[in-house]
Write a protein that binds this ligand. Structure first.
Ligand code: PBG
Length: 322
């Protein structure tokens, strides 16, 4: 447990302890190989897959509007994928390049979060090492550790474990410390449901499982509060610096219960399916403004310190966060 992690930089303190909604927002990004790539994503209007050069411009404009926290997902071409997602820990990947450039440029004024999971890098699309069509827990955790350490080396503020394997926070913390990354934090997707709200993301990240589903690791959508609280308390004990609930809107009740049960800052992920419902259903920007404001307020009321949302940029652009 390293309680200084969330206090380490001005941008981290604003994200975790800032009172305004603007402080709490994290904008997600999808980075791809190549140059000058700016590729719209089906069902997620306003969110594109971008190569590092374009993404740097996008983040520059976000930073100017006061969005200082960014979550980065690596999207791979098929030829980079294999059974262990080995390219996910390669320092020459577009994600690693972007993280280095961002930290060189913005230093302590930016919070860079990186997704740590196997699903965007495996040829079968699963979040782990597959043996006889089942996901091996402990072998997967060791691959996650490689990915997490590689992100920490390039300067990520928080590595963000989105896989739902058992025991991964403990192993990530142990290895971060062993490698001297005492100030690198872990945001844990502690309470992540096997939800049907991730559809547009899986398109965006090309990460749909080739067979089966994610129900043997992500939580059963029918499960009650006790399991959610247990997952969160376990991650807290293992050393998570931020505890996340995902998806957001259908699980506000779970967010409230877990926020009351743990002592770590809470995050919520307002996921791709929630985003596309709002965007598709509300073409009128004035209507959308009211809806987005209402959503952000609901997350804050339910206990979220940190809100990961694709709406962050539009809200900041039009000054809906003041
Ligand atoms: C990867 C991951 C997913 C999301 C975030 N990280 C997809 C999944 O678990 O299938 C979903 C985010 C979203 O829908 O916006 N494990």
């Amino acid at each position: 447990m390293r309680l200084r992690i969330n206090r380490w930089t001005p941008a981290r303190r604003d994200l975790i302890f800032g009172r305004k909604i603007k402080h709490s927002l994290v904008q997600p990004h999808f980075v791809v190989a190549g140059q000058n790539v700016d590729d719209p994503i089906q069902g997620m209007s306003g969110i594109n897959r971008q190569s590092t050069d374009i993404l740097m411009q996008t983040i520059e404009s976000d930073m100017k509007m006061g969005l200082t926290s960014h979550m980065i997902f690596l999207v791979m071409d098929d030829q980079m994928k294999d059974s262990t997602a080995s390219y996910a820990s390669d320092h020459t990947s577009p994600l690693h390049n972007t993280v280095r450039l961002l930290k060189d440029r913005y230093g302590d004024d930016i919070v860079v979060m990186t997704d740590v999971c196997l699903c965007t890098g495996t040829d079968h699309g699963h979040c782990g090492i597959v043996k006889e069509e089942r996901i091996e827990n402990d072998a997967t955790v060791e691959e996650l550790v490689k990915i997490g350490i590689s992100h920490a080396k390039d300067g990520a503020d928080y590595i963000s474990a989105s896989d739902m394997m058992d025991g991964r926070i403990l192993r990530l913390r142990e290895e971060l410390d062993k490698h001297g990354f005492h100030s690198t934090g872990i945001m844990s997707y502690s309470v992540k449901y096997a939800s049907s709200f991730y559809g547009p993301f899986r398109e965006a990240a090309d990460s749909s499982p080739e067979f089966g589903d994610r129900k043997s690791h992500q939580m059963d959508v029918r499960s009650g509060y006790s399991e959610a609280i247990m997952e969160a308390l376990t991650d807290e004990k293992e050393g998570a610096d931020i505890i996340m609930i995902k998806p957001g809107l259908p699980y506000l009740d779970v967010l409230r219960k877990v926020a009351d049960a743990v002592n770590r800052p809470m995050a919520v992920y307002n996921v791709s399916g929630e985003y596309s419902m709002v965007m598709e259903g509300n073409r009128d920007i004035h209507k959308r403004e009211r809806i987005i404001r209402e959503i952000f307020n609901a997350f804050r009321r339910a206990g979220a310190d940190v809100i990961v949302s694709y709406h962050a940029r539009e809200a900041a652009t039009h000054g809906w966060l003041e």
